[in-house]
Design a protein around this ligand. Structure first.
Ligand SMILES: Cc1cc2nc3c(=O)[nH]c(=O)nc-3n(C[C@H](O)[C@H](O)[C@H](O)COP(=O)(O)O)c2cc1C
Length: 455
């Protein structure tokens, strides 16, 4: 086991020395030119390998349409140079929203989404040239046990999970009929996404939200949607099949947790003994099934942010009150890369988006380039870094390097904003908006602490 340490490398030599000392495998190469190789998804040619990962900003209007800050964020991404922008988690129904300001697509607000898509394409076109055709994916979700449509928890789950449910009495277990209805909502939302101008939809199956919860629903009894693998994978597979059948021209991707990091029988991608060891046999079977159902590309992630956040987003600073993970962040970065590589090795012709690069700061391009060199269909996703340094890709195109003072420092303050239900962005590098927002919540924390102390 390795020990947690914050990022401290001034040169790539220091970084590589550390990986050797920890015996952690991180690919690395000097030339970053592979980042700018094009790649085909569906029938579209993506101008480069860089992906803005889905990042919730909680700045939608109450009806779910993109708000002023949403337009601002996506405009910054468009000008930033990534070939693929993966729009944040967007709810398929009001009851499945994780926050009253979570994005949600409906027939009534379709025009706002159309405007957002048009603006992204226009801005990317203006900033680059006609060959830079950005590929747009809309991530569709139901927040499941993390639903908070009115700001208070309204957990809805496939089955109870002792690792995730604080108050099991309050969890509503969705019936098969309710799940049938939700499958149809995914289809309707996909049709709307197509009408809005998105190139693709993602049926989100990660981070503990509903479809991920179903994949791990070993303990759901007497149901079409739980127990054996085929039944646990049924909901997702059928949604992909239905969308494929009913929306010609729309490409389908799936972002899924290949490893939940929760013991069997409560986590997906985990050995069926009492260990937390990774077992990719079901994730591999899932990809095979989804390809058959009509999915064209994948985005791999891990962990449940509210339970084991370090698995999906290695960080320097944890959330206030959370313990530090018992591993070096490089181990987390390496795990995410390895899991994705193993899946991609089984399906070498399918594009896979890799994740977890923000912790590597200015050295991520060298690691990313080495991955693309060995895996021809790899794309590189940036999450927190996209909040912090939205024009990183453009800067790499123009200068070949990143500025160490502009990179994400994985301080988790964006997550703090998200948890507090605020609009979310980079507190450190996008101060004008988000430092002000952060100030409000830290003031509230202080008030609460004082209340406790004195009363
Ligand atoms: C504030 C915040 C919002 C996020 N929103 C989403 C989301 O909407 N959908 C999703 O699949 N992942 C979401 N993620 C996870 C990121 O997409 C990404 O997987 C994670 O941050 C690790 O990548 P990184 O190291 O580049 O940050 C979010 C993460 C953070 C910190």
């Amino acid at each position: 086991m390795t020990q947690h340490e914050p990022f401290s490398f001034r040169s790539s030599e220091e970084l590589l020395e550390k990986t050797e000392k920890l015996e952690v495998e991180i690919p690395f190469q000097d030339s970053i030119s592979p980042l700018f190789d094009s790649i085909i998804i569906g029938r579209s040619k993506i101008p480069n390998r860089m992906v803005v990962q889905p990042m919730e900003g909680f700045d939608a209007n109450p009806d779910g349409s993109p708000g002023e800050l949403s337009f601002r964020r996506y405009e910054r991404y468009a000008k930033g140079g990534s070939g693929l922008i993966w729009h944040e988690a967007t709810s398929i129904i009001p009851q499945g929203r994780s926050n009253p300001r979570q994005s949600m697509i409906t027939r009534k607000n379709l025009d706002s989404f159309k405007r957002l898509v048009e603006n992204i394409r226009r801005q990317a076109y203006k900033a680059f040239d006609s060959k830079h055709e950005v590929f747009l994916v809309l991530q569709l979700t139901h927040s499941g046990r993390f639903s908070m449509p009115k700001g208070k928890p309204q957990p809805q789950a496939a089955c109870l999970n002792p690792f995730l449910d604080r108050n099991s009495e309050k969890v509503h277990i969705l019936s098969d009929e309710e799940l049938d209805y939700l499958q149809d909502r995914y289809l309707q939302a996909s049709k709307l996404a197509y009408q809005a101008g998105f190139d693709a939809v993602d049926i989100k199956a990660c981070h503990g939200y509903l479809v991920n919860d179903l994949l791990a629903a070993f303990m759901r009894k007497d149901s079409r949607y739980g127990g054996m693998f085929d039944d646990r994978a049924r909901f997702l597979t059928e949604v992909v099949q239905n969308v494929k059948k009913n929306t010609q021209g729309l490409v389908i991707g799936v972002r899924f947790n290949a490893y939940d990091g929760i013991k069997f029988p409560y986590g997906f991608g985990v050995k069926k003994d009492s260990s937390l060891c990774i077992d990719l046999s079901e994730p591999k079977a899932l990809v095979k099934q989804l390809v058959k159902a009509g999915a064209s590309f994948f985005n791999i992630t891990a962990g449940i942010p509210r339970y084991n956040p370090h698995l999906g987003r290695p960080f320097d600073r944890n959330l206030p009150g959370d313990p530090l993970p018992e591993e070096h962040p490089l181990e987390g970065v390496s795990r995410l890369i390895k899991i994705t590589e193993k899946l991609q090795d089984e399906f070498p012709d399918y594009p896979f988006v890799y994740t977890g690069f923000s912790w590597l700061r200015q050295f991520f391009p060298n690691v990313a380039a080495a991955i693309i060199t060995s895996k021809k269909e790899a794309l590189i996703g940036l999450g927190r870094s996209s909040f912090a340094y939205p024009d990183a890709v453009k800067e790499l195109m123009d200068t070949g390097t990143l500025h160490p003072r502009k990179v994400c420092i994985t301080c988790s303050r964006c997550t703090e904003l998200m948890r507090a239900g605020c609009v979310t962005g980079c507190v450190v590098h996008d101060k004008e908006i988000y430092a002000r927002e952060y100030h409000k919540i830290s003031y509230k924390y202080k008030e609460k602490k004082n209340e406790k102390k004195h009363g």
